[in-house]
Design a protein around this ligand. Sequence first.
Ligand code: UDP
Length: 319
Amino acid sequence: MKAVVTGGAGFIGSHLCDYLTAQGHQVVVLDDLSTGSESNLEQLTGEPDFELVKGSILDKGLVNDLISECDTVFHLAAAVGVHTIVDKPLQSLRTNLHGTETVVEAAARHGARFLVASTSEVYGKNDTDGLTEDADRILGSPLKSRWSYAAAKGLDELVAYVYGQETGLPTVITRFFNIVGPRQTGRYGMVVPRFVGQALAGEPITVYGDGNQRRCFGSVFDIIPAVVRLMDTPAAYNQAVNLGGLEEISIRGLAERVIELTGSTSTIEYVPYEKAYGEGYEDMQRRMPDTTLAGELIDYRPSRRLDDIINSIIEYKQG
Ligand code: UDP
C-alpha cells in the first residue's frame, strides 16, 4: 500500500508510521507540526519508503497532490486534547471540521481508501457501562467550547460515512478510547503522561475534581495493528468501530498507581475543575468501551495491562 498519514508526526500517527513501514508499505506523512513533533519520526528519517511533508490539511492543493499518488489515507490529523479545544476553539473547529472535509474529498476524488480517527468523546456524557457503537450521544450546550471536539468529530464521522454511502469510497471510522503510550505528551491535557511527568519530577499529582471519574486506558500498541487490519476488512467499511482497553480505573486510582510504579514521593493535589479548565467545565464521569464489534470484525483482543502501559511511559520519559 502507498499510504498518506495525516497527523503522522503525532503520538498515534508516528506509531502507525512505524508499523506501516515495518510491514513494507510506503508512507507519506502530512503534518503541520502544531502539536506533533519531528522527533517522533526521527527513526524513519532517511528511509526510502518514508517521507514527511510539513503542511496543513487545510491546504487543498497540497492535500490533493499527495493523495493523488496514493491508495490509502489514514486521517489522524486533528486538534486534540481538552486544553487545546478550550484554549483555541476557533482554530480547533477549523482543523477538525474543514480539515476532514478537505481530506475525505480528495480521497473520494482519487479513489483512495479512507480511515478517519474519531474518539469516544462523541458519546459525550453517556456513561453507560460498555458503550456500543450505536449508543446515544449526550452533549451539553453547543455554545460551550468544551463540547466542540465531540460535535466536530461527530460531523467528521458523518461526512466520512456519507462519502462512503454516496461515492462507494471504502471508509472506516475508528473511535479511540483514551489511547496512551510512549510519545504522548501531557502538554494538551492527557492525563497519563501528565501524571508520570509530575511523579518523576516529585511534583504534586494534579487530580481534577474529586478523582472519582473513571476511564479505561488502551495501549497504542494494541490499537495500531487493529487500525491497519480494519482498513483491509471490507466488512468494516462504512461503520464506526470502538477501539480501546479493558481495565477501568478511577483517576484517583491512576494517580496512586503512577506514584507506586515510579516510587515517587509526590502527593496528590485535588484541583477544582474551574481552576483546571475554566468556569462551567463538565467532565465525563465514566467512559468504558464495548469492543465486541472489533472482536467480530478483526479478532481484536487488547492484551496490554494498565501497569505495563504505565511502565512503558515511565521508561520513555526517563529517556
Ligand atoms: N485529568 C486530571 N488531571 C490532569 C489531567 C486530566 O485529573 O492533570 C483528568 C480529566 O479531568 C479527566 C481524565 O483525567 O477526567 C482524563 O483526561 P484526559 O484529558 O486524558 O482525557 P479525556 O478522557 O478527558 O478525553
